[in-house]
Design a binder for this molecule. Structure first.
Ligand SMILES: NC(=O)c1ccc[n+]([C@@H]2O[C@H](COP(=O)([O-])OP(=O)(O)OC[C@H]3O[C@@H](n4cnc5c(N)ncnc54)[C@H](O)[C@@H]3O)[C@@H](O)[C@H]2O)c1
Length: 353
């Protein structure tokens, strides 16, 4: 009989609510406490999901509530203080992507998590995406020869920046989706990026009242020589039938992988005045239960804790994604190539839960 894992969740917005549903769907996990700085949200979510303890202050929650681990699901730039406090209270943690948005935050989080001896994973779910997982397997099996070069577009429709995220101006498409595309590329190439050259363009979102960059076009150079073009934009027209626009091409010395994970033809719904491509693989519900690879990634955290297995994405692995994204932003700011410094060692052979 597996042990019951006690989870808490901090940040009860769109994605934090999904975390609760996933944990409550697992017979081996109990959500013992939740926290949101918005008191109505904290009370409302606790009542909706029958969770007896709710807090508006995470320090108080860590002091008083009974938990083994916590999920940190606050906005992109608000992960560090909660992670440090969780580590000091001896709690394991699942941190939403991106790990952090400054190099100082990254260092403090990695140091404190290691010093306190707690376990931490970052939710970079594309490693669980069926087409990307198949690509990873092809590369590992040697079907493509050496992975040589690539192209990755991961864009969102404007609505995400203008309507969904109240904090979009405090973040960017690089943090919100670039973290996924860069993590996927690093994982597919089993290598880190050593040099970046990026250009960006702004104006469309600013004109709509959201002060953030519209689009980045980035060239990545990996340590073993691979070259990749990565595109991340937040300005895809809202009529695009999918929220995401994902295209990826990996060129090897003996073959090629081509992925179009957004405009698939598996299912399309047409009415007199709309076309919809329902999400059936990322984060959907089947008979009310959470299914899809974005949920599998969160489930992997609790599975790995319960079964004492290695996490699929370690803290230092995710730290390198943040450090590389910072180099991309610096490059886009200066219009000059930038070397990526301070990367952590990554064991690419591990991380298969
Ligand atoms: N893995 C994925 O597929 C995925 C999808 C969406 C969002 N995310 C990530 O999840 C995180 C949250 O995104 P979201 O869309 O749910 O945002 P959101 O704005 O819907 O929710 C954030 C919540 O955090 C609360 N909060 C902020 N600071 C807090 C603090 N110090 N203490 C307690 N509560 C605090 C806010 O009140 C809000 O309710 C982000 O890092 C985002 O990138 C991941």
């Amino acid at each position: 009989m597996k042990e019951q894992l006690k989870m808490a969740v901090v940040g009860l917005g769109t994605w934090g609510e999904n975390h609760i549903q996933i944990y409550q769907d697992d017979p081996f996990v109990t959500v013992t406490a939740v926290c949101d700085q918005n008191p109505e949200r904290a009370a409302g979510i606790a009542e909706k999901y029958g969770i007896s303890q709710y807090y508006t202050d995470y320090e108080e929650m860590f002091d008083k509530a009974d938990m083994d681990a916590v999920a940190i699901v606050t906005p992109d730039f608000a992960h560090k203080d909660i992670a440090v406090s969780a580590a000091r209270h001896g709690k394991h943690m699942l941190i939403e992507k991106p790990l952090a948005t400054t190099a100082d935050d990254v260092r403090v989080m990695v140091d404190e998590i290691n010093r306190c001896g707690v376990r931490a994973m970052v939710d970079l779910h594309n490693r669980f995406s069926p087409p990307f997982h198949a690509a990873w397997q092809s590369i590992r099996n040697g079907n493509l020869g050496e992975a040589y070069s690539g192209y990755f577009r991961l864009n969102d429709i404007k609505w995400v920046a203008t309507d969904l995220l109240p904090w979009a101006a405090g973040s960017s498409i690089l943090w919100f989706l670039g973290s996924h595309s860069l993590d996927t590329l690093r994982w597919l190439f089993q290598d880190d990026v050593v040099r970046v050259y990026s250009v960006s363009r702004s104006g469309i979102l600013k004109g709509m009242g959201v002060d953030t960059v519209d689009e980045y076009m980035t060239t990545l150079e990996f340590s073993r020589g691979a070259i990749v073009q990565m595109e991340n934009g937040w300005i895809t027209p809202n009529a695009n039938p999918c929220v995401n626009d994902i295209k990826c091409n990996i060129m090897g010395t003996k073959g090629m992988i081509s992925i179009d994970a957004s405009n698939h033809t598996m299912i399309q719904e047409y009415t007199e005045n709309s076309v919809r491509v329902p999400d059936v693989i990322v984060s959907n519900k089947i008979f009310g239960r959470p299914k899809g690879f974005a949920y599998d990634s969160i489930r992997a955290f609790t599975d790995c804790l319960i079964n004492n297995r290695e996490f699929p994405v370690s803290i230092s692995d995710a730290a390198n994604t943040t450090l590389t994204l910072l180099a991309i932003m610096e490059s886009a700011g200066t219009r000059m190539p930038v070397e990526v410094h301070g990367l952590y060692p990554v064991n690419w052979k591990s991380g298969t839960p």
